[in-house]
Design a protein around this ligand. Structure first.
Ligand code: ZN
Ligand code: ZN
Length: 366
């Protein structure tokens, strides 16, 4: 009799502890299934930001204004010395700048040192520690509340609250497990800690093959936002307005206008106009847009928009960079715009003497 009752007790408690273990496991599996996608997303978001911040600290390209970035791009273009790149930059300055930044980010993240994986790992480590500390503090808070019947619900409240900043894990998604009966909170704590470590390990394996496509908000997009502003191009030379506010009030303006030949302007005899617009507006010359009415440069605003929306200040100086460029890519420019650097469009001899090195040192260092 005695033995029998002992055996019954033993079986009872065994059953209870099995049930307890099962319900803890069910609880943890369910919770980790919810944490996994939220954690992955949080790692990507945090990583995109840290890559952008890291590059802002290390690359002179990203340490200043858009004017500074432009100097970096002009240097890059001169180093590459590829007319196709120039053409793209001159025609679509905004797109070119964005893809320039994108390329920089890709090289930085995916070169031999596999920085992308390291960035992902360190974000993962940080978030992993956040989750662990949320587990510990939720357990701590609930442990002493033997008076409460809804301890698991309380645990979940605390857990989600702790993680609010770190990731998107809505408490409402966890309603179906909040009434789970878990008596041994310490046991839950330990199972949870192990499960979260497993989750970290499997994500880490996943990151070994990661490429830039994992980011919904790309690091290069974050970097490019710093250079937002007006992207209107001078109707004469194609240089970009330097105002830092998109759709700003007042006139568009910029400091360094360029030779008009870059955008294909010519004299009537199809001879190139190597002149710079800020100098032409001081001359007695006239202009017209594709067969339209003629206007004196001196009163260029009379031509209406888009010219009238620009404030072009008289300035006869021209960057050596563009003089070098016109000489270096003379043939390509002639072919591109079906023009000739002849007669009135003959390139001044002084331009020919400018070396790439001179052009670059005048640009200054970023
Ligand atoms: Zn211009
Ligand atoms: Zn503007």
């Amino acid at each position: 009799m005695y033995l029998n009752s002992k055996r019954e007790d033993f079986f009872k408690s065994f059953q209870i502890s099995c049930q307890g273990a099962t319900s803890v496991t069910t609880f943890v599996v369910f919770l980790c299934d919810k944490i996994a996608p939220a954690l992955r997303q949080a790692v990507y978001e945090r990583t995109a930001k840290s890559i952008a911040e890291d590059m802002q600290g290390k690359f002179p390209d990203f340490q200043g204004s858009r004017a500074n970035l432009e100097v970096c791009i002009l240097r890059y273009l001169a180093e590459q010395e590829n007319f196709e790149y120039f053409k793209e930059y001159l025609t679509y300055p905004k797109q070119f700048s964005q893809s320039y930044i994108e390329k920089e980010v890709q090289n930085y993240c995916l070169d031999g040192s596999r920085r992308l994986e390291k960035f992902l790992d360190s974000s993962l480590d940080l978030l992993y520690r956040n989750i662990l500390s949320a587990v510990t503090s939720s357990t701590q808070i609930v442990k002493d509340r033997i008076d409460r019947e809804d301890r698991i619900s309380l645990w979940l409240d605390e857990f989600c609250r702790e993680l609010t900043e770190a990731m998107n894990l809505p408490r409402s998604d966890l309603k179906s497990i909040e009434h789970q009966e878990v008596s041994d909170i310490e046991f839950l704590n330990n199972v949870m800690a192990n499960a979260v470590a497993d989750l970290r390990d499997s994500l880490r394996k996943e990151f070994a093959d990661a490429d830039m496509s994992v980011f919904s908000r790309q690091p290069h997009t974050i970097l490019a936002e710093q250079f937002s502003g007006c992207w209107e191009q001078c109707p004469f030379c194609g240089a970009v307005c330097t105002n830092t506010i998109p759709k700003h009030d007042g006139d568009h303006r910029l400091v360094f206008h360029r030779p008009k030949a870059l955008t294909g302007w010519s004299w009537l005899d199809r001879h190139c106009q190597f002149e710079i617009c800020s100098n032409l507006i001081q001359s007695d010359c006239r202009f017209r847009f594709s067969g339209g009415e003629w206007f004196p440069y001196k009163t260029y605003r009379d031509a209406g928009p888009p010219v009238s929306t620009w404030n072009i200040l008289p300035d006869s100086s021209m960057q050596a960079y563009w003089k070098w460029f016109v000489c270096r890519f003379r043939t390509e420019l002639e072919a591109l715009h079906s023009l000739k650097f002849q007669g009135r469009g003959e390139i001044p001899a002084s331009w020919q003497a400018i070396t790439k090195q001179q052009a670059l040192s005048e640009l200054g260092s970023p």
